[in-house]
Design a protein around this ligand. Sequence first.
Ligand code: NDP
Length: 234
Amino acid sequence: MARSVLVTGGNRGIGLAIAQAFAAQGDRVAVTHRGSDVPEGLLGVKCDVTDAAQVEAAFAEIKEQHGPVEVLVANAGITDDTLLLRMSEDQFARVLDANLTGSYRVAKHAASAMLRKRWGRMVFISSVVGLTGSAGQVNYAASKAGLVGMARSIARELGSRNITANVVAPGFVATDMTDQLPEKRREEILGQVPLGRYATSEEVAAAVTWLASDSAAYVTGAVIPVDGGLGMGH
Ligand code: NDP
């Protein structure tokens, strides 16, 4: 059955692959953007997840166009890497606000619609570094670890209403975000990945659509790694 899906940051990168995977199944898919174009077939809603008023307006627009959100994918995220001693409080807070508080903002709106329907699926896009840690990413890793606690708390709060909340933790995926890494760092990373390559965005999307499918109805509070084995054991 076609569902109303929202993917934050679904205008490009991994989020776009996730949005397109849901659209290919016949779902009605909305994506947030901050002023960019959105590919045909997706409903673009202008929304910066750090702005509570924009998040509220986005949910209202989606409700009107597609019906209340039934599947939420909190994917929007940023990095701002530097070592702890050089990291300003603003750098720390900005990354937390986009990645973690932004996910809280959209989850809260989605939850109220899902509660009414007594059905819902939330998927939070974390990262392998949320569990392993990563030098130079104190802010990013903290935000991604926070998503696990958030998803598991939502899983406990809303499970009795048939709402699941899960986390997908990708390893390194070929996108604009990883293009910024210096060549030497990329080689170091690939040396630690048992499968010896980056993931494609489509491989991350496959885990997300599965978590939102009926086949995953009994899966909640889980952290699903899509990392080529990079984070094994964590
Ligand atoms: P990109 O940098 O390619 O895209 C980031 C997306 O997030 C863009 O759509 C961007 O929108 C959106 N975004 C950022 N900040 C905000 C905001 N404040 N409000 C709304 N949208 C925002 O990243 P990826 O596709 O690589 O990453 C997607 C997710 O996957 C992120 O959460 C990232 O942390 C996670 N991830 C990525 C990995 C990788 O290797 N690439 C590995 C593990 C996790 P805009 O176009 O407006 O900038």
